[in-house]
Design a protein around this ligand. Structure first.
Ligand code: MIG
Length: 754
């Protein structure tokens, strides 16, 4: 094998927003997407098609070059790209010339046959965060990762790869931040200085182009904003999907589904969603119902709906090979399945037995797949769970000679799950008309946030997995995936009652709050854990429902800025060393105002690191001074959660589901602080796309400690709030007249002096 390292520039030209640079080995192209985003594409064989699964923005058609004898420079208001001509190297600086990220002078970009790698200089204090669903520590320095979407059955705390691919990371050094998105769906590799004598970090792939987007904004949040501008942001989720979700592999009959739903209502434990895992189908055939156990899906759905429940049903990609099965016949007749190069359909074994796999890379196949959901929507289902889309087949090794679209499996495997989620989303959105579908997917690639929520697959019922799960959720948030969850309780193994209780309390503060378990495990519903534990779990689920106005507004923030709901403290305090300490690395901000410290079920006290500033324990209003570690009680009844001084948190009274209209009182809770603060409150019908046409209710809540006021700006949007009164509740204020005031909610500006 030969190594070819990029040599010297032989010629370059700029045309239509593209700077093209030639060397004897390859051709590099440089494009500007915004003053903070520059794309580099280095290739031996440029494809004019230049498609991306992830990127939805267009390049800028004009930028200025500064040339010297040895360099070509692109200078924007925020960023300097200095291109060395001999040899060709790409070095990024801030506008005032501080190094952000530079090629390794010796090796830069190079090839070993088809494999393409870029080596970069490693800075002494450099840290790395990102890559989404990856095990290991928050700071990824000193570790290596591979992207190759995998059905990671029983994964451990160290397994890699898992189900998803997000080749995007953020580097932090010298008080500066940068981001890098390597948009390449081949099997890819990242080495954050693991085995390079602390000299280099590197990334590359088995094939394709060295195609990356460099982000030069300062601040982790700003980089996430830019990355999600480039790859898209989530839409507003259906409000019901933010309620409590009860899943299991599987509730075996309509009767069992209904019995569980009724028990929630009887026990007054709030819940919104029930699930049907694979056993609702006839012989695991996608888009069928088992006629014996689910004889009348429509009436089951009607009954669920009358109780305020929604249903999510699972679909896998594998289409059973069976004569007279509609999807098989149609797929065969229209040639919709993935193939070998000789034209034979690929066959793999999954739950239904021998299966063919839809070629989701084709528009016609996606449309066909999407239209088939009427089998579920006709009954009234509006949630769709996409499993096994790595794609998984028994043996876990789909031959590399299987073709999807015009590409072979190794080139596009990492995007298969995304394309399935896209087909599911587009199809069901069309069928449901103006109603928001809920799509959940296991496999994903960058940009999947446009179509679906994700969960972290088959975890295990241990304390270590609960903490790892939180890191996965926090890390997914860095890569644009805001709507995320883990199987609460752990998919495999039976959690102890203590762990189940603790994990549920963390579920309150997880973007998607879903309890799920493997076949054969003990039943997991909140009432399976003795009376005392049931009461704690109930309280935690109630807390989720109280917080829904805050959570929904936080989703709106994510929809508009890309900031996740669960935020690693690296977003908030990237240069605070202690947040990377393995004792504190699982901590996160849940929205703008709450800091959550996950803690093992076995610990009744725990150390928490509170960043600078003042904090209040949410459960007691006890005040803490930050900038240090504190030891706090952490009984099973009270997960350590802290409100930031100045926090503004809109809440409501407990409801039994999001369909329940509640008492009509919007509570605005404020925790005392020295600095003024504001929060954007957002509401809409929670169900339709009317918000895209102005049918929302939005207002800014302001807290001003100097003027001693809390105010609401005038309403923006045409939607009428479901609340008709507003209650201001003040915490941590000693000498004020009013701690609590109830007023009629008016559309115009409102202000209270306390
Ligand atoms: O081969 O549908 O990760 O959540 O319950 C296992 C059965 C297939 C794997 C999913 C899990 C789901 C299970 N599925």
């Amino acid at each position: 094998m030969q190594v070819e390292i990029l040599g010297s520039v032989t010629e370059f030209k700029q045309q239509n927003g593209t700077l093209t640079i030639k060397t004897a080995e390859a051709e590099a192209r440089v494009y500007l997407y915004s003053p903070t985003i520059i794309r580099i594409n280095i290739s031996k064989k440029h494809s004019e098609a230049d498609t991306s699964f992830a990127v939805i923005q267009q390049l800028l058609t004009d930028f200025k070059l500064d040339e010297s004898a040895t360099t070509i420079e692109i200078n924007t208001s925020a960023l300097k790209l200095r291109i060395n001509k001999s040899p060709l190297r790409f070095n990024f600086y801030t506008a005032d010339s501080k190094p952000l990220s530079e090629d390794d002078e010796r090796f830069g970009t190079n090839w070993q046959n088809e494999r393409v790698i870029t080596y970069r200089k490693l800075y002494a204090d450099e840290k790395f965060i990102g890559l989404g669903e990856k095990t290991g520590n928050l700071n990824r320095r000193g570790t290596v990762y591979t992207n190759w979407n995998t059905d990671a059955v029983d994964y451990t705390l160290y397994s890699d790869p898992l189900y998803k691919t997000f080749p995007f990371f953020i580097g932090l050094h010298s008080g500066l931040t940068y981001g890098l998105f390597f948009d390449n769906t081949h099997k890819s590799y990242f080495d954050f200085g693991a085995t390079t004598d602390e000299q280099m970090s590197w990334f590359g792939a088995d094939g394709g182009d060295m195609n990356y987007y460099f982000f030069g904004a300062q601040g982790v949040a700003k980089i996430i904003e830019d990355y999600t501008w480039l790859t898209g942001r989530m839409e507003m989720p259906p409000l019901w999907s933010l309620g409590y979700q009860q899943c299991r592999w599987s509730y075996m009959s309509a009767k069992e589904v209904l019995d569980i739903a009724k028990t929630f209502r009887k026990k007054k434990i709030p819940a919104d969603v029930m699930y049907c895992d694979i056993d609702y189908m006839e012989g695991f055939k996608i888009f069928t119902w088992n006629k014996k156990t689910f004889p009348d899906p429509k009436s089951m759905m009607d009954e669920l709906k009358s109780m305020g429940f929604r249903l999510v049903t699972i679909v896998d990609p594998g289409i059973k090979i069976e004569e007279d099965y509609q999807q098989y016949n149609e797929g065969l007749a229209n040639d919709y399945f993935a193939k070998y190069p000789n034209g034979e359909n690929y066959t793999g074994y999954v739950w239904p037995g021998r299966c063919h796999f839809p070629d989701f890379f084709r528009q016609d196949v996606r449309e066909w797949w999407g239209a088939a959901f009427t089998a579920l929507t006709d009954a009234g289902v509006d949630g769709f769970w996409n499993d096994m889309n790595e794609p998984a087949a028994w043996g876990q090794n789909m031959p590399w000679i299987v073709k999807f679209g015009d590409k072979y499996m190794p080139e596009v495997r990492n995007a298969y799950g995304m394309e399935m989620a896209r087909a599911t989303y587009d199809g069901t959105r069309k069928i449901l008309g103006n109603k928001r579908p809920f799509v959940l997917t296991r496999a994903a690639y960058s940009g999947t946030q446009r179509y679906a929520a994700v969960w972290t697959g088959d975890n295990t019922g241990t304390d270590e997995h609960m903490l790892l799960g939180q890191r996965l959720v926090n890390s997914l948030g860095i890569t644009g995936l805001s709507f995320t969850g883990v199987d609460i309780g752990g998919f495999s193994g039976d959690p102890t009652p203590e762990l189940m209780v603790r994990w549920n309390s963390l579920g309150t503060y997880t973007p998607m709050f879903r309890n799920h378990a493997i076949k054969g495990s003990k039943m997991r519903e909140p009432w399976q854990w003795d009376k005392a534990n049931e009461q704690i779990i109930k309280k935690d689920i109630e807390q989720r429902y109280k917080l829904l106005p805050y959570i929904y507004s936080s989703f709106y923030q994510s929809h508009t800025t890309g900031l996740p709901i669960s935020r690693t403290l690296a977003i908030y305090k990237p240069f605070d060393e202690l947040i990377y300490d393995t004792r504190f690395q699982n901590q996160f901000m849940f929205g703008d105002a709450l800091l959550v410290a996950p803690v093992e079920s076995t610990k009744t006290t725990t150390d928490v690191y509170l960043p600078k500033g003042n904090w209040y324990r949410l459960s007691s209003n006890e005040k803490y001074k930050g900038g240090k570690t504190v030891n706090v009680p952490s009984p099973l009844t009270d997960l350590p959660v802290f409100a930031k001084a100045g926090a503004i948190i809109p809440m409501q009274s407990v409801t039994q589901s999001t369909a329940d209209s509640g008492d009509g009182i919007l509570q605005i809770h404020i925790w005392n602080g020295k600095e003024a603060n504001e929060f954007v409150y957002y509401e809409d019908d929670g169900l339709s796309y009317d918000y895209e046409n102005g049918a929302f209710y939005k207002r800014t809540i302001r807290f001003n400690p100097i003027k001693k006021t809390v105010s609401l700006s005038a309403v923006e949007g045409t939607f009428s709030s479901r609340f008709h009164k507003v209650k201001f509740v003040l915490h941590g204020f000693d000498r004020v007249k009013l701690k609590n005031v109830l007023l009629d909610l008016k559309d115009g500006e409102m202000e209270v002096i306390f």
